[in-house]
Design a protein around this ligand. Structure first.
Ligand SMILES: [Zn+2]
Length: 844
């Protein structure tokens, strides 16, 4: 299709009256969607998917219509234009697809139960009721729902219920909103409620399979996040309530439906007394992310999906701004530095990556742009760059104006830049468009040439990349005043280096704070100066030095071997930031050696050497005196010691397992996953795996479930590997939402790689039928590309996926992942001997 056919151009709804009847027993949905709106043409179209249409009337009269699966529409011949009320009666199946209206399954006291919930983003509202299912088509909605209701069940939606007559639950009319944000859910729910300072009711809902205190953490964070946003945005929360609901089956992480946010259970409910601090921070940022959307995304919505970044990049930044404000002791921006930043820098360095702003039309392609590394992580980093440039006062002033101008309506990126530009007096659009519209990012080279300090920019690639002369407006954030604020050209001469160095008294640095989306390649003189003073720098800078050098090594601009002695220098550093980047690099060294080889033994010895000091300092037991950094570093270094097969570490974990054999769930969450995994790996048996699988089926604790997945998939026994692959399709054990982590767990196990790879190739059709419609489907391919590293696997990957390259929504992922594996294969070939030599030298 060359011409874009947005249905909104033909028919602009103002109001919907939606009546739904949902039957869990017969798995059927029936209803009517009555839409009042303005017909701009005689012939209009309304979205539907997987529906049977009983009748269509316009202003009470039957009108001719045709039905078209290709465009997911009903084409209606009104025979007139202007204000019209169209009523469509329909039936639709209730399917287990985690899209549209769908059941979530769980067990309570041995009884199988279900909750009905919804997931409409991006284009699945049309599976629930006929509608103009485009973000720009905002309208008000009256929702009336009946279902095969049992005593004690609860139903919730975007707005409060206003009446219940004969089992028909009617909700208050919504504000003007987009279809993809409509939500409701019903079932046997428990809840906890509170009220914000401004009077908004806040609630957390979950199944009764959870302990009541598992709802407390989320309730507190949600309440304080809304209070924070009302103040920061200077715009009141627009609805009477904000419900947070955990659904047992959920494809994505969470969804910002207006007034009824839905979450994967792992990202909402948690044991307040035994959950790791990093998991708590993650849950807090997921909640604050979704609540940021209640304004940015829900109150003001992108005009079309090409501006999806407006929603996601912004919420991804604000989740950190909010949590940093309400829990400053968590230093949550460090998590941004160790998760989002490296993810964006890695993915965005592969040629063929999409820009943050990308044109899309087809629904499958819309789903494919929800790329966590680009639209979320890189986009957030772009906005962090803007925030650093203009400051919080201008940001808040600009946002207030933006919400006032576009509330209950739609906007584009240019509208945001205009508002921030007005507030700051800077041409924000001109700077940001170079980042928004172009894929990739620059490496800025800092060199002393003939005594002159010189800076130049060039696109950075990992693997083969075609240089097409892209340039960015780079906020340099140098510690030398002589350097420009923005590097706009290819090259700039800063001045006489010796004089600058003398005047400053400090090594020359760029991207101080690591808030701009570029990396720096210092020449030998400048780098040596930095390394000579490395202990004087803060932990963000130390982390940044390691991270930039790793990327330069991945991009073959320096040798990987040079990183090895550097890691040793940082081994005892007590900052989480530094430890995380250090072990990220150390972990990459594993790819250069063959499992079971003498070289691998040396890498293990190197891990033992790196971790020894910290393991001795921190030990296996959490202590009251632990700092937050101690708590976060402990599992990292213990994991390194276990990978190294350090005999004392293996024995300590074994002893802890033995002592807690009958109540593994109560082991401290910070080391539980390591203790159980160690047992499976070194002392495993069929009985043990059977016990752990039974525990997995029985528990509703998502953290514990994830620990068990991590542990069980580490088995080295071929028979047990076969057993695990055998449960991939047993949805009573492995929910489709969790299959990715089971698959990945087996795939990354050297002994399981072949079996997992064989499974996905053989049962691809089953996988596509089961989770093919969900937004995260392509991540199965991404996971494979993280593991494969040999020419043989590259050839197999191409042989299997190249014939699928035209599958809607998979094209870019397959192209990207082929490049990712190719560049890894080349890197290993080129650097293997340098790495193994450096490791041998380090452990001598
Ligand atoms: Zn989001």
């Amino acid at each position: 299709m060359t011409k874009s056919t947005h249905f909104y151009q033909m028919f602009q709804p103002n109001h919907y009256d939606i009546a739904l009847n949902i039957n869990r027993e017969t798995k059927e949905i029936s209803g009517t969607s009555t839409i009042t709106g303005d017909a701009l043409e005689n012939k209009i179209s309304v979205h539907q998917k997987f529906m049977t249409i009983q009748s269509v009337t316009a202003d009470g009269q039957a009108v001719p219509f045709t039905f078209d699966d290709q465009s997911e529409g009903i084409h209606i011949d009104l025979g007139k234009t202007g204000e019209t009320t169209v009523a469509i009666a329909f039936t639709a199946p209730l399917t287990d697809s985690m899209m549209g209206i769908y059941p979530s399954y769980y067990e309570l006291n041995g009884e199988k139960k279900q909750i009905i919930g919804t997931q409409f983003e991006t284009t699945a509202a049309r599976q629930a009721f006929p509608c103009v299912d485009e973000p720009e088509a905002k309208a008000t909605f009256d929702l009336a729902i009946s279902f095969d209701e049992h005593e004690g069940e609860t139903i919730i939606s975007n707005m409060p219920e206003v009446k219940n007559e004969n089992g028909v639950h009617t909700f208050d009319t919504t504000v003007r909103m987009s279809t993809y944000l409509i939500a409701f859910a019903f079932g046997d729910l428990q809840s906890k409620l509170t009220t914000t300072k401004s009077g908004v009711q806040v609630g957390v809902f979950a199944t009764k399979a959870h302990q009541a205190n598992e709802l407390d953490f989320a309730l507190d964070i949600a309440k304080r996040s809304i209070e924070f946003y009302e103040d920061f945005y200077q715009t009141p929360y627009p609805l009477p309530h904000s419900w947070q609901l955990a659904l047992p089956d959920f494809s994505a992480g969470a969804m910002e439906n207006w007034g009824l946010v839905t979450y994967r259970e792992a990202y909402l409910v948690l044991d307040p007394d035994n959950t790791t601090p990093d998991m708590k921070m993650l849950v807090a940022t997921v909640i604050s992310h979704e609540l940021a959307h209640q304004w940015f995304g829900d109150l003001v919505t992108m005009k079309w999906w090409d501006n999806l970044w407006l929603n996601e990049s912004f919420a991804n930044m604000m989740e950190y701004v909010a949590i940093d404000a309400i829990e400053p002791d968590w230093h949550v921006w460090e998590m941004f530095q160790t998760s989002d930043v490296p993810m964006a820098l890695q993915r965005d360095a592969t040629d063929g990556v999409q820009p943050v702003h990308v044109q899309v039309e087809d629904p499958a392609e819309i789903d494919a742009i929800f790329d966590s590394a680009i639209v979320y992580a890189k986009g957030a980093r772009m906005l962090v760059m803007v925030r650093t440039l203009i400051g919080d006062d201008a940001l808040r002033k600009g946002l207030k104006a933006y919400f006032a101008a576009h509330h209950y309506g739609n906007a584009t990126g240019d509208d945001l830049w205009a508002a921030l530009g007005d507030a700051s007096g800077m041409d924000v659009g001109a700077i940001m468009n170079s980042w928004l519209e172009q894929p990739g990012y620059p490496v800025v080279s800092a060199k002393v040439v003939d005594g002159q300090l010189t800076l130049s920019q060039k696109q950075f690639f990992i693997g083969e990349g075609k240089e097409v002369g892209r340039q960015w407006q780079v906020p340099l954030n140098s510690n030398y005043d002589a350097a420009p604020v923005l590097l706009k050209d290819h090259e700039v001469v800063v001045g006489d280096y010796a004089q600058l160095r003398q005047a400053s008294g400090k090594p020359f640095r760029l991207n101080v704070g690591n808030n701009s989306h570029f990396i720096v390649a210092y020449d030998d003189t400048l780098l040596q100066d930095i390394l000579d003073h490395v202990d004087d720098f803060d932990s963000i800078t130390q982390h940044q030095i390691l991270q930039d050098l790793q990327l330069l090594a991945e991009g073959r601009q320096i040798s990987y071997g040079t990183l090895v002695p550097l890691l040793t220098r940082f081994a005892d550093n007590q900052s989480t930031l530094v430890a995380t980047s250090l072990y990220a690099i150390a972990g990459e060294l594993k790819k250069f050696v063959t499992p079971g080889s003498a070289e691998e033994t040396q890498v293990k010895a190197y891990f033992d050497q790196l971790s020894a000091g910290q393991v001795a300092r921190l030990g296996w037991q959490d202590r009251d005196a632990d700092s937050l950094d101690d708590q976060l570093i402990r599992p990292t270094v213990l994991s390194a010691a276990l990978y190294a097969e350090n005999p004392a570490a293996v024995a300590a974990a074994h002893d802890l397992f033995t002592a807690n054999r009958d109540h593994l769930e109560s082991l401290p969450a910070s080391t539980r996953f390591l203790i159980i995994r160690n047992e499976v790996k070194h002392f495993g048996s069929a009985t043990l795996i059977g016990d752990l699988l039974a525990a997995y089926r029985a528990t509703s604790n998502a953290s514990y479930k994830s620990d068990l997945t991590y542990a069980v998939t580490a088995t080295t026994d071929p028979e047990q590997i076969t057993r695990l692959v055998g449960i991939f399709e047993d949805t009573d054990t492995v929910k489709p939402q969790d299959l990715r982590s089971w698959f990945y767990g087996v795939l990354r196990n050297d002994r399981g790689e072949q079996a997992a790879w064989d499974w996905i190739r053989t049962d691809w059709q089953w996988l596509e039928d089961t989770v093919g419609g969900d937004m995260e489907f392509s991540t199965f391919i991404t996971f494979i590309s993280r593991i494969f590293r040999t020419p043989e696997r590259l050839a197999e990957f191409k042989a299997f996926f190249e014939p699928k390259i035209n599958t809607p929504g998979l094209t870019r992922e397959i192209q990207m992942d082929i490049k990712v594996i190719e560049s890894r294969v080349d890197l290993i070939e080129a650097e293997k001997s340098a790495v193994t030599a450096a490791v041998a030298e380090a452990v001598k």
